[in-house]
Design a protein around this ligand. Structure first.
Ligand SMILES: Nc1ncnc2c1ncn2[C@@H]1O[C@H](COP(=O)(O)OP(=O)(O)OP(=O)(O)O)[C@@H](O)[C@H]1O
Ligand SMILES: [Zn+2]
Length: 617
C-alpha cells in the first residue's frame, strides 16, 4: 500500500490503469530525466527508455539521474538504474540505441499505451511522430529552450500532428550584412565562424548555412569584389606555417579589406565608416599579454588581448592543420578543421576575430563565454523549465489515458510576470498535412520476388484504381513517377525497400486526387503461385479536401491566438540566434497574457477522491 497511497488518492480509478500500462520515453536528457522520475513515481507498470547517447560532463548540472562516475556510460542504462530505485514496482527496459533503428518498428510502437518524446532534434521528433501515427498510439511531445517550454498532445485523426505546422529553420543572414555592413555582435561572430575560419581552415564559405545568398543579384558588383577578397585570402592560406602568416592574415582582413570597404562610395552615408586596425601598433600593446588570457572567458577582452588571442589561436590551429597534412590521415581529401564550440582553439579564434571586427565597426565586443553561446547557437538549458515541462507532460498523459482528449491542451511555459503556464485548445489535424492527413496501411510484400512494376501496375493501377499521374517514393527518394520508369523492372530489395520501411504514394491527378497513401512494408515469403504484394487489410483512400474547405473544429474552441502556431517548436538545436530570440519571446509572452485573460489555469477538486490537483483545464 505505502508507495501507492498518494498516486491512488490523487488519480482514483486511473491508478490501476496506469499500473498496467506499458509506455515509451524517447530521449533521456534534460526533460527525459525529469520525466522518467515522474513516470516512475506515478507508478506506470512498464517503462521503455530509448537514448542513443552517452553521458557527458556538461549534462550533470541538470540531468540529475547521472553522476560524475557515469560519464561516458549509456544514458538509457544509467537512467534506468538510477530511477529504478525510486519505485521497485516499476519495470524499466533501457535501449541504448537510435529510435530510428529498424528494430523499433510499427509493431513495436503499437505495444505501448502512450509515447513520450523528450528529444532535442527535429529529425527524431518527426520520426517518432510518424511512427506513432502509423501505430495509432498517442504521443506527448515536449521541448524547452531556456525559460520557454511546450507540451503538445498528438493523437491520430483527432489532433494536429507534429508536422501539421511548418517548423522554423535556423536563421541565416544576407551575405552583405556579414561581409560588408555588420551592425551587431552576432554579425561579427557569424563572419568569424562561417567566413574567416572556414576560408583559412575549412572549405569554402559557399557551404555555410548561415550565409544567405538570395540577395546576391541586387549586389552583384559588391559580391564580385567579395569573391576576389576570398580568393586573395585563399592565396595567403598557402603561406600557413610561415613566421609571417599571422601578420599576413591580420593585415588582409582587418586592414586592407576594411580600407577597400571604407573607400566605397555611398556605403557610409548613413553608417559610421569602419576603422582599419594597425598590426604594428596593436602588437606593441599586446607584448605584455600572456597566453592565459584565453582562459578568462567571462571578461570582455581589450583590443590588445583580442589581438594576442587571435595570433596565438591562429598559430595553434595552423600547426594542427599542418600536422594533419603531414600525417596524410585524410587520404586524397585535403585536411580541414571545423568549428566546434567545445574546441578551445577554434572558439578562441572565432571569439578574437569577431571582437577585432567589432572594434573596426564600432560594435560592442563580447566575452568568450557569450560568444560561445551565440556561435554554438545554444540557449542555456534550465533545469526548472525541464522539470516543469516534464510535470506538464504527465498531466496531459493522464487526460489521454482517461480518454478525455477534449480536456487535453497544448501547454506553453513562458518567462512572464503574469502567468507562467498558458494553454491552447488542441486543434484537429490539418487537412493538407502531408504526414497525418494521409491514409495508412500495411503492405505485405515478398521482397525476393516483387518488382516495382508489380506495385505500380498490378497493385496501384489495377487493384486500387490509381490513374496515370502518381509518384512512389521511399525514405531514400522518388522510385517512380510518370517521367521516371527505369526502376520498374527492379525488385524491392534492389531499390532498398525492406521490411519495416515506408513507401508513400502521391496522387498527382488534377481531378479529385486521393490523399497520400503511406504503406508500411511487412516482409513475408508468399507462395509462388500467389501475387507477391497484397494489403494486410481492406483500404479506403480518402480524397484530398478542396482548398476552400473550412477547417472542422470537432467542437473545440478555435484558439484565440495564432501568433506562434505556425512556429511552435523551439528547442536548443533548432533555436534562432540571440537577437531573434528576444523578438520571439516577446511574441510568446503576448500570447500568454491573452491566455491569462481567458483564465485558462485553475485549481480544481478531483471528484474521484477529494484530492487537490493543479490542472490546466
Ligand atoms: N534519434 C535519437 N534516438 C534516441 N535518442 C535521441 C535521438 N536524438 C536525440 N536523442 C536523445 O535525446 C536527448 C535530448 O536531451 P537534451 O535535449 O537534454 O540533450 P543533451 O544532449 O542531453 O544536452 P545538450 O544538447 O543540452 O548538451 C539526448 O539525450 C539525446 O541523446
Ligand atoms: Zn499533421
Amino acid at each position: 500500500m505505502g508507495r501507492d497511497r498518494y498516486p491512488k488518492q490523487s488519480l482514483g480509478s486511473l491508478h490501476s490503469h496506469i499500473k498496467q500500462s506499458r509506455i515509451l520515453m524517447v530521449g533521456a536528457g534534460g526533460i527525459g530525466c525529469e520525466l522518467l522520475k515522474n513516470l516512475v513515481l506515478t507508478g506506470f507498470g512498464e517503462i521503455h527508455i530509448v537514448d542513443l547517447d552517452t553521458i557527458d560532463l556538461s549534462n550533470l548540472n541538470r540531468q540529475f539521474l547521472f553522476r560524475h562516475e557515469h560519464i561516458k556510460k549509456s544514458k538509457a542504462l544509467v537512467a534506468k538504474e538510477s530511477a529504478g530505485k525510486f519505485n521497485p514496482n516499476v519495470k524499466i527496459e533501457a535501449h541504448h540505441a537510435n529510435i530510428k533503428d529498424p528494430q523499433f518498428n510499427v509493431q513495436w510502437f503499437k505495444s505501448f499505451a502512450i509515447v513520450f518524446n523528450a528529444l532535442d532534434n527535429l529529425e527524431a521528433r518527426r520520426h517518432v511522430n510518424k511512427m506513432c501515427l502509423a501505430a495509432d498510439v498517442p504521443l506527448i511531445e515536449s521541448g524547452t529552450t531556456g525559460f520557454n517550454g511546450q507540451v503538445q498532445v498528438i493523437k491520430k485523426g483527432q489532433t494536429e500532428c507534429y508536422d501539421c505546422n511548418v517548423k522554423e529553420t535556423p536563421k541565416s543572414f544576407p551575405v552583405c550584412t556579414i561581409r560588408s555592413t555588420p551592425s551587431q555582435p552576432i554579425h561579427c561572430i557569424v563572419w568569424g565562424k562561417s567566413y574567416l575560419f572556414t576560408e583559412i581552415f575549412g572549405t569554402s564559405e559557399d557551404d555555410a548555412p548561415e550565409l544567405d545568398h538570395t540577395e546576391d543579384s541586387e549586389n552583384a558588383k559588391e559580391l564580385e569584389k567579395l569573391r576576389q577578397e576570398s580568393q586573395a585570402l585563399k592565396r595567403i592560406r598557402e603561406s600557413m606555417g610561415s613566421e609571417e602568416f599571422p601578420r599576413m592574415v591580420f593585415e588582409k582582413v582587418f586592414k586592407e579589406d576594411i580600407e577597400r570597404l571604407r573607400s566605397m562610395e555611398g556605403m557610409w552615408n548613413t553608417r559610421k565608416p569602419p576603422e582599419p586596425l594597425d598590426y604594428d601598433e596593436i602588437s606593441q600593446k599586446a607584448l605584455g599579454v600572456g597566453s592565459a588570457i584565453a582562459q578568462r572567458d567571462q571578461i570582455v577582452w581589450t583590443l590588445a588581448e583580442n589581438f594576442a588571442v587571435f595570433i596565438d589561436s591562429l598559430r595553434r590551429l595552423s600547426s594542427r592543420l599542418e600536422e594533419l597534412r603531414a600525417n596524410g590521415e585524410t587520404g586524397n581529401a585535403p585536411p580541414i578543421l571545423t568549428f566546434d564550440k567545445d574546441d578551445a582553439d577554434t572558439l578562441d579564434f572565432v571569439a578574437a576575430s569577431a571582437n577585432l571586427r567589432s572594434y573596426i565597426f564600432g560594435i560592442e565586443t563580447r566575452s568568450k563565454f557569450d560568444i560561445k553561446q551565440m556561435a554554438g547557437n545554444i540557449i542555456p538549458a534550465i533545469a526548472t523549465t525541464n522539470a516543469m515541462t516534464a510535470g506538464l507532460c504527465v498531466l496531459q498523459a493522464f487526460k489521454v489515458m482517461r480518454d478525455d482528449l477534449e480536456k487535453a491542451k497544448m501547454v506553453f511555459l513562458v518567462r512572464s510576470t503574469e502567468r507562467v503556464i498558458s494553454v491552447e485548445s488542441l486543434r484537429p489535424p490539418k487537412p493538407d498535412c502531408p504526414v497525418c492527413s494521409v491514409t495508412q496501411s500495411t503492405l505485405i510484400v515478398d521482397t525476393s520476388r516483387a518488382t516495382l512494376n508489380d506495385l505500380v501496375q498490378d497493385f496501384l493501377r489495377l487493384e486500387l484504381g490509381y490513374g496515370e499521374e502518381f509518384s512512389v517514393s521511399s525514405e531514400a527518394g522518388i522510385l517512380y513517377d510518370p517521367e521516371l520508369d527505369d526502376n520498374l523492372p527492379k525488385k524491392f530489395g534492389e531499390l532498398g525497400v525492406k521490411g519495416d520501411s515506408f513507401i508513400t504514394i502521391v496522387d498527382e491527378q488534377d481531378e479529385n486526387p486521393r490523399v497520400n497513401l503511406v504503406l508500411a512494408i511487412s516482409e513475408k515469403s508468399l507462395p509462388e503461385d500467389s501475387k507477391p504484394i497484397h494489403l494486410a487489410e481492406k483500404l479506403d483512400i480518402a480524397r484530398k479536401p478542396k482548398p476552400s474547405t473550412p477547417i472542422e473544429t470537432n467542437g473545440h474552441a478555435v484558439a484565440v491566438t495564432n501568433g506562434v502556431n505556425g512556429k511552435r517548436k523551439r528547442d536548443a538545436a533548432e533555436a534562432d540566434l540571440e537577437d531573434d530570440l528576444v523578438r520571439k519571446r516577446g511574441k510568446v509572452a503576448e500570447q500568454s497574457s491573452i491566455a491569462a485573460q481567458n483564465g485558462d489555469v485553475i485549481v480544481l477538486d478531483d471528484s474521484t477522491n477529494g484530492a487537490i490537483l493543479i490542472d490546466d483545464d
